[in-house]
Design a protein around this ligand. Structure first.
Ligand SMILES: Cc1cc2nc3c(=O)[nH]c(=O)nc-3n(C[C@H](O)[C@H](O)[C@H](O)COP(=O)(O)OP(=O)(O)OC[C@H]3O[C@@H](n4cnc5c(N)ncnc54)[C@H](O)[C@@H]3O)c2cc1C
Length: 386
């Protein structure tokens, strides 16, 4: 067992860090307060080979590992927290499901622009009445000749106001088996993108409306029976979410650490007060332990990450990220609470990841299933009553 990065991984981490220091340090604060997808950063990361890090070179990827993508998030986030979202978009999010299951024709059509950072893709899974219970989604795809007609609505999609294409979960038929997915282009007739609404992080989302939106059958990504495949792939997305949570917690921790070394009150630097030293010890414990769980889950050399290891890593990283960023704000006092510092951004941003991509409660449900080695049907009582 080795708890350090190997030589190759360390060299990669150092090179990403140097790139970030040179290109992303300036403007980090402004980027955090810009509600739009940072397309300029995406194009820069595309040129640097930081999009599709673990994708097959035949697909335009870099042939690296999932672990390499985690390293990239950590290094980019340590310099510019907001730019870590671009690493997510180019490696872990719906792009990962897309590259896994798209046909050669679909890949040829959209992947080059996605990997170059020219366009971004948004995931349309959640609906007004289907959040944690995602399999209750109602958006339908009905075959009509060579086309499918889409009807329904999606909410909360990351980058939904700015995306060029949308990976939309749809129902081809009843039950879990009836769920699959389609790709919908932004300007398709019958598809409306609602007015953007800000999340607490400042990032915006738009409700998506599909009213007799007609798409060709070649835009189907996964047909009937596709849901299980998609959800297995979602563990990768969860690790991107975990990496960003932890990385932003660490960013805030480092800001607070610097502050505590320099800021003096009562004639002494803050770091000399034991009440604050213990806060830092608790923060370090949370970050270090979550880091181990993240690295374990991301260390897969073949196939997809384990659902259990992913769930426990995401839970630890989500909690550590938010709790540490929150404490960092406290340690930095008024400055921490001000938008002059990125500590408050890290706190707001990490809060959302306790809800997105499997809330902490849903993760605990998943972990408990492994603990008891049995499945707990969340619909138990409702199903019995009906
Ligand atoms: C920052 C952010 C980004 C997002 N990005 C996307 C995206 O790109 N695409 C997309 O489709 N969606 C996205 N979402 C939506 C996200 O997937 C949902 O918010 C999430 O699944 C929870 O659904 P909900 O908000 O409807 O809450 P609900 O499902 O209504 O849950 C409300 C509360 O009840 C708890 N709860 C629900 N069921 C149980 C249970 N069985 N046991 C214990 N507790 C339970 C939940 O944990 C939560 O705390 C995003 C959300 C956020 C905050």
């Amino acid at each position: 067992m080795n708890f350090e990065l190997n030589e190759e991984q360390q060299a990669f981490a150092d090179s990403v860090r140097r790139f970030a220091e040179a290109n992303l340090k300036d403007g980090a604060l402004e980027r955090a307060h810009d509600p739009h997808f940072p397309r300029g950063v995406a194009q820069m990361l595309g040129k640097q080979g930081l999009m599709g890090i673990s994708f097959d070179p035949a697909d335009g990827g870099q042939g690296g590992t999932l672990f390499d993508s985690v390293i990239a998030i950590e290094q980019i986030a340590s310099v510019c927290p907001r730019s870590a979202d671009v690493v997510q978009a180019g490696n872990f999010g719906p792009i990962r499901t897309f590259v896994e299951y798209a046909t050669p024709e679909q890949k040829a059509r959209w992947l080059p622009d996605l990997l170059a950072g020219n366009i971004c893709i948004s995931l349309g899974m959640s609906e007004p009445d289907a959040g944690s219970a995602v399999t209750e989604l109602k958006t339908t795809a009905t075959q009509d000749g060579d086309d499918f007609v889409i009807n329904g609505s999606k909410v909360f999609g990351t980058h939904s106001p700015d995306a060029a294409i949308y990976l939309v979960y749809v129902r081809f038929g009843p039950g879990v088996n009836g769920i699959g997915s389609v790709i919908i282009e932004r300007d398709t007739p019958g598809f409306t993108i609602g007015k953007p609404t800000p999340f607490m992080s400042g990032e915006q989302w738009s409700q998506l409306y599909f009213e007799n939106c007609r798409i060709p059958a070649r835009n189907v990504l996964l047909g009937v029976g596709g849901f299980k495949k998609q959800i297995a792939g979602f563990n990768v997305e969860r690790l991107g979410n975990s990496s960003r949570s932890l990385a932003l917690g660490r960013y805030a921790f480092n800001l607070a650490r610097e502050h505590a070394l320099i800021r003096k009150q009562f004639g002494r630097p803050l770091c000399e007060f034991q009440g604050l030293q213990w806060k830092f010890a608790d923060m370090a414990l949370k970050l270090e332990s979550a880091q181990m769980l993240l690295y374990r889950a991301a260390s897969v050399t073949e196939g997809l990450p384990s659902p259990y290891q992913t769930a426990i890593a995401k839970l630890a990283c989500n909690q550590a990220g938010f709790e540490v960023a929150n404490e960092a704000v406290q340690v930095m006092g008024g400055l921490g609470y001000s938008q002059e510092s990125l500590a408050e951004y890290c706190m707001r941003r990490t809060r959302g990841w306790m809800i997105a991509g499997g809330s902490t409660e849903i993760l605990k449900n998943r972990i408990a299933e492994d603990v008891f080695d049995r499945r707990f049907d969340q619909r138990g009582q409702a199903a019995r009553a009906s």
